[in-house]
Design a protein around this ligand. Structure first.
Ligand code: UT7
Length: 332
């Protein structure tokens, strides 16, 4: 039996801070509204010349160093993103070229904010089927490149960032690693969170740009209602697949979209503040990067002791949702 284990983790956020007070100068909003409705106080924004693959690279270098391996030692580079440097080729191909002189498989996984969860599920399947020994799973989004900073309903929510994990094969049942994954999608909600322009349905034109169709559009209320149901379902289904229950949770690391969505899950599962990792106040919603950022922070704060049962759960555009259940520990 082959076990999929974690050997390295890294994360990255750009330096520039955009505070709620900065946003008050840009759109008709205020700090009180943003904090009370979302829990967000500030977010990080990439510079104009900093790309999604640049951020993925910084996080990946840290993850590889943490694992004690070189880029050449990987078999596969997966990148979860919704804001690829270019529509094609993939951000993963660009990242692969920077990490390794040796060619290897590379592709993007696009599944809204659930993308990193999807990509980890892919990596686990590649490793457990013995197709791969070592997979880098990066997550990077530069949402500031598709946010309309004149639209107060979305401008206040999003930030930029990246994370990366190295997953490897180990023989035997083992004591740590990825225990289970759960993925789901319901495309009937496709228009609730969408970048309408620039794809094959509405190719870029003067009209699409004038109409702002290249910006992200979200029906916030509907997505909120979906999220408060989808995240708990993802947690319970992931645990069920691992033969566990919510009583076994040591830590929940939810997608950092909104403090109220996180708190609803915390209450539903009777988890304490200590058991739920939150950093949405400092980074806003960094899409695919939000869970690896929170996981890496919790690790550096010394909160995740080896053997802890950690559930990662996300939801996002698609609509998609899913979870990863991990027995924490670095098996280097
Ligand atoms: O990872 C992607 C997943 N996305 C999400 O998780 C987002 C889920 N949705 C949400 O988090 C919330 O729906 C929002 C934070 C986006 C909005 O919160 P809400 O409590 O659902 O507010 P609302 O959209 O119902 O708007 C309430 C009021 C409206 O004014 P009226 O019509 O009541 O006069 C909005 O125009 O708040 C107004 N409003 C704002 N006011 C000040 C909306 N955005 C702002 C703003 N500042 N930034």
């Amino acid at each position: 039996m082959v076990q999929c284990v974690v050997t390295g983790l890294g994360s990255y956020v750009p330096q520039r801070v955009l505070s709620n007070h900065d946003l008050e100068q840009m759109v008709d909003t205020n700090d009180e509204w943003i904090v009370s409705r979302t829990g967000i106080r500030e977010r990080r924004l990439a510079s104009a010349d900093e790309t999604t693959s640049d951020m993925a690279y910084h996080a990946s270098v840290l993850a590889l160093r943490d694992a004690g391996v070189r880029g050449e030692d990987l078999d596969f580079v997966l990148v979860a993103t919704n804001t690829s440097d270019t529509v094609f080729p993939s951000t993963a191909a660009r990242l692969q070229a920077r990490l390794s002189d040796r060619p290897m498989a590379a592709m993007d996984v696009q599944a809204g904010c659930t993308g990193w969860i999807y990509a980890i599920a892919m990596a686990k399947a590649l490793i457990e089927s013995k197709a791969c020994m070592r997979v880098l799973v990066a997550a990077s989004d530069k949402l500031s490149s598709i946010v309309d900073y004149h639209d107060r309903s979305t401008a206040v929510l999003f930030g930029d960032g990246a994370g990366a994990i190295v997953l490897e094969a180990r023989e035997g049942p083992g004591t740590v690693g990825v225990l289970s994954t759960y993925l789901n999608a319901d495309g009937r909600g496709a228009e609730l969170l969408v970048q309408p322009g620039g794809g094959s349905r509405e190719p870029a034109s003067h009209e699409t740009v004038d109409g702002g169709l290249h910006f992200l559009k979200m029906s916030g209320n509907e997505v909120f209602r979906f999220a408060v149901k989808a995240m708990p379902e993802a947690v319970e289904e992931g645990l069920k697949r691992a033969g566990l229950t919510v009583d076994d949770i040591d830590f929940l690391i939810p997608h950092q979209a909104n403090q109220r969505i996180i708190d609803a899950a915390m209450r539903q599962f009777h988890l304490s503040e200590h058991q739920v990792v939150k950093n949405v106040s400092r980074y806003g919603n960094t899409s695919v990067a939000s869970i690896p950022l929170a996981l890496d922070e919790a690790r550096h704060e010394g909160r995740l002791l080896p053997g802890a049962l950690v559930v990662l759960a996300a939801f996002g555009s698609g609509l998609t949702w899913g979870s990863v259940v991990l027995r924490w520990g670095m098996d280097r």
